[in-house]
Design a protein around this ligand. Structure first.
Ligand SMILES: Cc1cc2nc3c(=O)[nH]c(=O)nc-3n(C[C@H](O)[C@H](O)[C@H](O)COP(=O)(O)O)c2cc1C
Length: 203
């Protein structure tokens, strides 16, 4: 019989600074890795009645240097309205391969007509752009499931552009959880003027 040696523990296991680097490495790689949990995190907001709301978004960019994460949405959507009202959002992902959960929360801002929005729109694929031309607006009650329209590929996308927005979340809190039966590790960081301050947390 062959005895399988357990996989070595990751280098960040007992290293708080390395854990923070791992958080940002996973977030930064998320947009490019389609099967990675951080490619399609859950986005949480709070609605006008104080109820939590959560849904999937595609992470477009995560920048460790600025501590920001970007996704795109329709500015008529509930999430956009909630972010405009509260200025806050949280994101969550759990990657089963690495057994890492990351939670991010912070301030959030809609970019509709500035240079950032323009660059985000220019970098979007045509297929993605057509989604923003949907009528009626996202979340509107329909008399039948197919009672909506969406521009064809190649159609005039001015209306889509008018509905498009990029959202930038500036992280102020990070929570990291790594599951391993030899010892789970959880850590949290808060961002202040001098950067991230972190501590190990009981899992
Ligand atoms: C795989 C997947 C990816 C999605 N990506 C986005 C996205 O990047 N932006 C977005 O606004 N909605 C995205 N959605 C749809 C949202 O999850 C949600 O259903 C929709 O935007 C309405 O949300 P709201 O009413 O809370 O605004 C995605 C859904 C799935 C299943």
């Amino acid at each position: 019989m062959t005895a399988f040696a357990p996989a070595p523990l990751p280098t960040f296991h007992d290293d708080l600074d390395a854990s923070l680097l791992e958080v940002w490495r996973l977030l930064r790689e998320g947009p490019a890795l389609r099967r990675n949990a951080f490619h399609m995190p859950a986005l949480a907001t709070v609605d006008a009645d104080g109820h939590p709301q959560v849904r999937t978004v595609v992470l477009r960019e995560a920048d460790p240097a600025t501590g920001t994460l970007r996704f795109h949405c329709d500015r008529r959507s509930a999430k956009a309205v909630e972010i405009a009202a509260s200025g806050r959002a949280a994101l969550h992902g759990y990657d089963t391969a690495s057994k890492i959960q990351i939670r991010v929360s912070g301030s959030a801002r809609l970019h509709t007509d500035d240079a950032l929005a323009e660059a985000a729109w220019s970098g979007s694929r045509v297929m993605s752009r057509t989604c923003y031309g949907i009528a009626p607006a996202p979340g509107t009650a329909l008399p039948a499931g197919d009672a909506y329209t969406q521009p064809e590929d190649g159609a005039d996308l001015d209306l889509s552009r008018a509905n498009f927005c990029a959202v930038v979340v500036t992280a102020t809190h990070l929570d990291f959880l790594f599951l391993d039966r030899r010892g789970h590790r959880r850590a949290g960081w808060v961002r202040g003027a001098a950067g991230w301050t972190g501590t190990w947390l009981a899992p």
